[in-house]
Design a protein around this ligand. Structure first.
Ligand code: PHE
Length: 465
């Protein structure tokens, strides 16, 4: 039992810090490139509508289960279980989230590196060096081949991944308050300002209303089981569920933090950011007639190919591209910090070493796993698991299987293994504040969430087989 660790555990210093750090984790590439591509593939506004429902029905309850577990356990993703039920083996459930977080970190760090490379290329003008405008049927050939060359080359992506790892290390070595909290307090407002600027610009483009229409006028005939499954999956990923992040961060929440309010605020801000991104991307794409191709908005293509092309059509491309990749890099770093902290907290608490040592212990193997992920995208095509490049294999395995499994285990643990009044105690801060929603939240955690997560899990398994 590490009551020592617990009593000495550093906490976030302010309420704003709690929100900024948690929102920083939630808002990531999932909002900026995954959300618009999911929305486009799943019927635009109809998806938006289902997504909001999923956030309320599944996202917020699971988030509350994780936050309650973390704050009550006061330790890392595995230690929380050990503290709350010392004699049981439930800690094994915590290792699933831990494993997921490390695997996700390995490839996400590489993508985060790309965002910085593109930021520097935009600033220096290299991104548009030799630019040839795409005609509609060329499908952004210039940026598509630029990206393909970059991603599959050997040294450049490795260099930028290393830069990203070093940036993470600098923040994490400074600790919870001076590192994570301070960084989030600065970067989060900056990110919102940048997003609002892009929104204003995009909405003022000619024909923007066509895009807004696609995004906001639901066509419910498009609704089917796949749309619902995709919305559930997106809500899950976007709120950073099942990754050990929320349990780890919640251990740094002061005892007075109102969990209910925090979870709703974080979920709303996360949604708001995705929503704004929809308002940026659909009007811009429609305005420049770049919506001729179904795969246009597919994840990475959207940000590294379609958007640079749009900026060129708008004029002032260097400035727009620099601001956009700054936004993307900020979104990426606040997420990588949170997911790296899962492992740092684990090593620090379980091996009882200093934060500094724990940071190095986490980062050194990460250099190797991230390098392998990056190389698997083309430079060394042999790095494969089950026929897929390591990068994609880790993504599929962790996001499709480990995340739902880890969240399912947490719901069962919090809902059925811990005392019945656990949720109420946590939501009401031990009876000191009202928690009228506690019975509903407890019901959702005990019954509905496990069922929905199992459905996602089975559906993903079927898709994968
Ligand atoms: N919510 C994050 C996102 O939208 C998910 C994530 C967090 C992924 C941390 C990786 C690291 O991108």
């Amino acid at each position: 039992m590490n009551s020592n660790n617990e009593s000495q555990r550093v906490k976030f210093g302010t309420k704003i810090g709690v929100i900024a750090a948690t929102v920083g984790s939630a808002i990531g590439l999932g909002n900026i490139w995954r959300f618009p591509s999911e929305a486009q593939a799943n019927g635009g506004a109809a998806f938006l509508f289902v997504y909001v429902l999923c956030v309320f029905i599944l996202g917020i309850p699971v988030m509350l289960a994780e936050l309650s577990l973390g704050r009550a356990g006061g330790s890392d993703s595995v230690g929380n279980f050990k503290n709350l039920t010392p004699k049981s083996r439930w800690w094994i459930a915590g290792t699933i989230g831990l494993l997921a977080s490390y695997l996700i970190l390995s490839f996400y760090m590489v993508v985060a590196g790309w965002t910085i490379e593109y930021l520097f290329d935009s600033l220096s003008g290299d991104l548009y060096d030799g630019y040839i405008a795409a005609t509609q049927d060329q499908e952004n050939a210039f940026f598509a081949s630029k990206m393909a060359n970059y991603v599959s080359s050997t040294w450049n992506p490795l260099l930028w991944t290393l830069v990203m790892i070093v940036l993470n290390l600098i923040v994490l070595l400074k600790g919870v308050q001076k590192g994570i909290e301070k960084m989030s307090n600065v970067l989060m407002p900056m990110m919102f300002v940048l997003m609002v600027i892009f929104c204003a610009v995009s909405l003022s483009l000619p024909n923007a209303s066509e895009g807004v229409k696609f995004f906001l006028h639901p066509d419910f005939s498009k609704l089917d089981i796949n749309v619902i499954l995709n919305a559930l999956g997106q809500a899950f990923f976007s709120l950073s569920l099942g990754m050990g992040i929320l349990v780890t961060y919640a251990a740094y929440y002061p005892k007075t933090t109102k969990l209910g309010q925090t979870s709703v605020t974080v979920a709303m801000l996360d949604f708001f950011m995705a929503f704004l991104m929809g308002l940026v991307i659909f009007p811009a794409v429609m305005s420049f007639g770049l919506n001729n191709n179904e795969t246009q908005l597919e994840g990475t293509t959207l940000v590294f190919v379609t958007l640079p092309e749009i900026f060129a059509h708008m004029g002032g491309e260097r400035i727009w591209a620099s601001l956009f990749f700054l936004l993307l890099a900020v979104a990426a770093i606040t997420s990588t910090i949170s997911i790296t902290e899962v492992s740092v907290a684990f090593i620090r608490d379980r091996c009882r070493v200093s934060r500094t040592k724990a940071c190095w212990i986490v980062m050194i193997p990460l250099l190797i796993t991230s390098t392998l992920c990056s190389l698997s995208l083309g430079a060394v095509p042999g790095i494969k698991i089950a026929g897929l490049p390591l990068f994609d294999a880790l993504d599929n395995f962790a996001t499709n299987l480990l995340l739902p499994l880890s969240a399912l285990a947490i719901c069962i643990y919090v809902g059925w293994v811990l005392p019945r009044d656990f949720i109420h105690q946590q939501l009401s801060n031990f009876g000191t504040i009202p928690a009228k929603s506690a019975p509903l939240v407890a019901f959702l955690i005990r019954f509905l969430s496990p069922v929905l997560i199992t459905v996602i899990l089975v559906a993903k398994l079927i898709q994968m087989l």
